[in-house]
Design a protein around this ligand. Structure first.
Ligand code: DTR
Ligand code: CA
Ligand code: ZN
Ligand code: ZN
Length: 443
């Protein structure tokens, strides 16, 4: 979501020249009310999710299917047995669980909702997966993989006795294969007040495909950046996920105006040579050749993809759940590459990639700018957050002095810290020229 916010309430201190402190900017009307996130417990980094535990859940789902006609489909015994298994795990781990029943096609369906006690109930971070399979097979990748991944992440929350600032909720959906029936039922059952409390919904539908790709939902920039930042930290390339638009349980949440994101490892599309070059696996074959088939069994899983995706779920929960942890005070991200600023021309940018941090940026983010220029009054300088939001640092002025060597303070608390931040500079006056010498973010 793009918005322009003046660095409201900011005293601009010109470090190089002893000028009278600039007038305070009138606090800008923020495009999004800056609800001060609740005081948060500083939380350690997210734990590694043991992929062996995730696979043990898949083995259980496989045995359930085997014992119930080979599937876990809506209206079949295998589905209710799957629900009972997941619910039992969560009840034992201290979650508050609820079954939501509905009727579809003459059969009863169930959603399982699990709330982790605590956190600010008006700031809900929710993750979900569909627990039903097609009738043709056990649905271990589609979507036992997502169901098991979020289950193990939930159990990790319990093991850590996590006390996040925000409220964590988990959903296992019924009857997705018939058209997101369960998740639609859930979203429609929410009051508008309860819907507005869900800040983010993250969907995980197929995250262990045997010939895997790494696709990140691109519906919301901040959530997209969150997962991109995670995988770039692993050195794993990602691609935007567009195949599933409207085809899985994030769709009812998105249609209700809730910010959605998620991960996907591929279905029946064919892996290209370029994708095989960066991800490994086999080009010319489907990401999951057993999609919606009887061979979607516990053998139909790539452990590396399942592991990485499950770890990413935990990373997202810890990052989004905290809300306000920022990198250790004093952490600096800097770019010292010179960037020429065209005279009276187009804007230029210089980027810093903020990685390995969780939560939102601080309310007093320091932006150190070093620009060499012969007439700084020509310069317009903006800070651009990873989601594209723009914060004005300096407008053009009648100021013939040279150079900008300034530290600006920006209230960036509405932004996720992780991602690519940019300094955007434009020379809007004729004759004088210059260049970005360096700039840095100090948290
Ligand atoms: N998992 C499929 C729906 C589906 C197909 N492609 C995507 C991409 C991203 C998420 C979901 C999907 C199913 O349940 O039939
Ligand atoms: Ca792991
Ligand atoms: Zn699915
Ligand atoms: Zn499916």
């Amino acid at each position: 979501m793009r918005r322009t916010t003046l660095a409201g309430g900011t005293v601009v201190t010109l470090a190089a020249t002893l000028l009278a402190p600039a007038a305070l900017f009138a606090p800008a009307a923020q495009a999004r009310p800056a609800a001060a996130p609740p005081a948060a417990q500083a939380l350690a980094a997210a734990p590694d999710i043991p992929v062996a535990n995730v696979k043990a859940h898949l083995a259980k789902l496989q045995s359930i299917a085997t014992a119930n006609g080979g599937n876990r489909a809506h209206g079949k015994a295998g589905y209710k047995a799957s629900i009972d298994y997941v619910k039992g795990q969560l009840d034992a781990a201290g979650f508050t669980t609820a079954l939501q029943s509905y009727t579809y096609g003459g059969a009863t369906g169930w959603n399982l909702i699990a709330d982790w006690p605590g956190g600010d109930a008006s700031h809900v971070v929710m993750v979900g997966a569909h627990l039903d399979s097609v009738t043709a097979g056990p649905g271990i990748n589609d979507d036992g993989s997502g169901s098991a991944g979020i289950l193990e992440a939930a159990l990790a929350v319990s093991r850590a006795a996590l006390q996040p600032a925000k409220h964590l909720r988990f959903g296992w959906w019924g009857t997705e294969e018939a058209g997101m029936v369960g998740s639609k039922n859930y979203v429609n059952s929410l009051s508008s007040a309860d819907r507005s409390k869900i800040e983010s919904y993250l969907n995980f539908d197929m995250i262990g495909s045997p010939n895997p790709g790494y696709f990140v939902y691109d519906d919301d920039t901040a959530l997209d950046q969150l997962f991109q930042g995670y995988f770039s930290g692993l050195g794993v390339a990602t691609e935007p996920e567009t195949e599933g638009d409207g085809r899985s349980d994030h769709s009812p949440f998105k249609n209700a105006g809730i910010r959605v994101g998620g991960l996907f490892s591929g279905a029946d599309y064919i892996k290209t040579a370029a994708q095989a070059a960066k991800w490994g696996g086999t080009s010319g074959q489907a990401f999951d050749r057993c999609y919606h088939a009887s061979c979607d069994t516990s053998a139909n899983i790539n452990d590396t993809a399942l592991d990485r995706m499950s770890d990413a779920i935990a990373y997202a929960l810890w990052t989004l759940g905290t809300g306000t942890t920022t990198p250790p005070a004093g952490t600096v991200f800097e770019n010292t590459t010179d960037v020429a600023i065209p005279d009276n021309g187009a804007a230029v940018t210089s980027s810093v990639a903020v990685t390995g941090v969780s939560g939102n940026a601080p309310a007093a983010l320091k932006v150190g700018v070093d620009i060499k220029h012969t007439w700084r009054g020509d310069l317009v300088i903006d800070l651009v957050a990873p989601d594209g939001s723009t914060y004005r640092l300096k407008s053009s002025a009648n100021d013939s002095a040279p150079n900008v060597l300034t530290t600006y303070t920006v209230n960036a608390s509405a932004e996720l810290a992780a991602g690519t931040w940019k300094l955007k500079v434009q020379d809007v006056g004729p004759q004088d020229t210059g260049y970005i010498d360096s700039w840095k973010l100090t948290f």
